[in-house]
Design a protein around this ligand. Sequence first.
Ligand SMILES: Nc1ncnc2c1ncn2[C@@H]1O[C@H](COP(=O)(O)OP(=O)(O)OP(=O)(O)O)[C@@H](O)[C@H]1O
Ligand SMILES: [Mg+2]
Length: 303
Amino acid sequence: MSAKSCGVTTSALAMTLSSTRPSLLAECDPAGGTLRAGFFQSQITAGTGLYHLAVAERAGEDALAQAFASHLVGIDASSHRQVLPGLTDPAQAPALARTWPALAQVMRVLSDEGGYDVVIDAGRLALESGRLHSTLTPAPLLQGADLVLLVVRGTDQSLALARHMAEPLRNELTERGTGADALGVLLVEDGPRRAHEVSEALRLPVMAALPWEPDTAAYLAGTGRAPRGLKKSALLSSARTALGHLQAAASRRALHQQYPPTIPAPAVLPAPTGSRAPAPQAPVQQVAGVLQRLGQGRVEPRV
Ligand SMILES: Nc1ncnc2c1ncn2[C@@H]1O[C@H](COP(=O)(O)OP(=O)(O)OP(=O)(O)O)[C@@H](O)[C@H]1O
Ligand SMILES: [Mg+2]
């Protein structure tokens, strides 16, 4: 998420496309999705996407788990990379408020049981009385995430806006999330400020950085042609590296929370699950249903 339009959607898509594991990009920006008209060039109708999950959830969690898979769009030939397209109208956002907790659970299952990298585009940060806004942000998704990245550019304007967001976000994750150490910065390298300056200004670690690369970004936004050697472009290569660092950071956190330092660690540690959250409560058959149906592609792959 960002304080203001810094490159959240572009960065999330770049990471989803470059993941070495199965990956899912959930476009959960309450202000509305841009992938449908952008990257997908209007190939996907309003009949597919996030809003329909709010409708399904009204019929029960089983219905949501079943509907989830049918609203995903494959973005590569193998359909190992999927997108859940976002809202077509910001007026739909209030309907999602009661759906976010169930969606958080489905995404947790995909990550922990399905081995997916789940990347969530949470849009812009909005606060009410110092807390995450209940309809203008997907607060439960952020509270349940392994890592929450504040996307900033290396410009003074971007840092000035982000500075006001760091403290409330830290508090939110301490009080209602998985802990303040889930929070870090994703730096989009536009502007003069380097990672150490960004980190100092926001008092947050820079957990990932992506280069400023207008051609590839324009392609991802649906406004430019695919650059030559897209997969080897600086943006996608760096996104792959960034994702690797983030996976490692998430695993370290999970392990730390499983075995806090005060408790002696066993001689042989089990493999990290990638999560510190409580075990998902979704019934096994629901989960199996979701995972089984994830292989469906719907549009011509663009990568
Ligand atoms: N790494 C990058 N290199 C070059 N241009 C970029 C990069 N990341 C984003 N951009 C450009 O910045 C603009 C905003 O990006 P994007 O739409 O991803 O931001 P956002 O944070 O999702 O914005 P919003 O809050 O409006 O949804 C776009 O024109 C995009 O092409
Ligand atoms: Mg966006």
